[in-house]
Ligand binder design. Structure first.
Ligand SMILES: Nc1ncnc2c1ncn2[C@@H]1O[C@H](COP(=O)(O)OP(=O)(O)O)[C@@H](O)[C@H]1O
Ligand SMILES: [Mg+2]
Length: 252
């Protein structure tokens, strides 16, 4: 195994849109994810991989300001975010699509998108170009559309907020693999076309690595593996070993 892939702190990029410096995430006094660093520039996609309970959602909630961080800094476009202030994180351009999708199920698809829109954000038509399937469903309530369509709607609601950083937690939760194969390439398109940084927590490892630029594997709160998506997908055995906890973390 190449040393370069093991928890090597990424060098801070000059034009980083999202940076984490020594981030410690957890619940109350319980540390879940130990210090880690990230530096992502515009239009890049990071996949956060790892088994259930590893701390992926804890990291996403911390980035979004939903729970206080236990240490370290989070910066969006060079500006440090206050801890546990979801409104401030959102104003700085950070938008979370949580794993429960958080839709207004009794409102229509159109209403769900309209109430999420921020002034200056893309309008309904621009977002629907990205999700043609939703065009036919505009008058249907969000509770009555399919799981795949609900996920598209959740992402559409995020896009009309004009994110600089889009956090997507387990987009594929509860969806058939064939639907996930359709949805994930959309993530690549969003990063390419809007320049947003996308952080994707995903259980479908192979599909996630196809659309990501970089990936990290978190196991029991430690970053066990870090590398380019191409390097990681070329070495499935190393990935599997990381999941099983057989690699040594370099953070000694
Ligand atoms: N609200 C919470 N309060 C206390 N502990 C939590 C809470 N949510 C998650 N945890 C714990 O934090 C750890 C990581 O959970 P989580 O971030 O949800 O993992 P993942 O998203 O990788 O499956 C688990 O041990 C889980 O039990
Ligand atoms: Mg989770």
């Amino acid at each position: 195994m190449s040393d370069t892939l093991v928890d090597a702190p990424s060098t801070a990029k000059q034009d980083a849109v999202l940076e984490c410096r020594g981030l410690i995430a957890g619940h109350g006094s319980v540390t879940v994810v130990r210090e880690f660093d990230l530096s992502l520039s515009a239009g890049s996609v990071l996949a956060i991989l790892g088994p259930n309970g590893a701390g992926k959602t804890t990291v996403m909630s911390t980035l979004a300001g939903l729970i206080p961080r236990l240490g370290g800094d989070v910066l969006v476009a060079g500006t440090s975010l206050p801890s546990a202030r979801p409104g401030a994180a959102n104003r700085a351009g950070l938008v979370l699509v949580s794993d429960d999708r958080a839709l207004f199920t009794s409102l229509t698809v159109r209403e769900n998108i309209q109430i999420a829109r921020k002034s200056g954000g893309p309008d309904l038509d621009a977002v629907l170009d990205m999700f043609p399937a939703l065009k036919k469903r505009l008058k249907v309530t969000a509770g009555a559309i399919s799981g795949g369509e609900q996920q598209m709607l959740a992402v559409a609601r995020a896009l009309v907020q004009k994110p600089k950083v889009l956090l997507i937690d387990e987009m594929s939760m509860g969806l058939a693999p064939v639907i996930v194969e359709d949805l994930l390439p959309m993530v690549r398109r969003i990063a390419d076309e809007t320049g947003a940084v996308v952080v994707l927590v995903e259980q479908h490892v192979r599909l996630a690595l196809e659309v990501a630029d970089e990936a990290i594997v978190i196991v029991h709160g430690d970053v066990r593996l870090r590398g380019s998506a191409a390097e990681l997908s070329a070495d499935p055995e190393m990935l599997e070993a990381a999941y099983l906890g057989e690699t040594e973390s370099a953070a000694t």
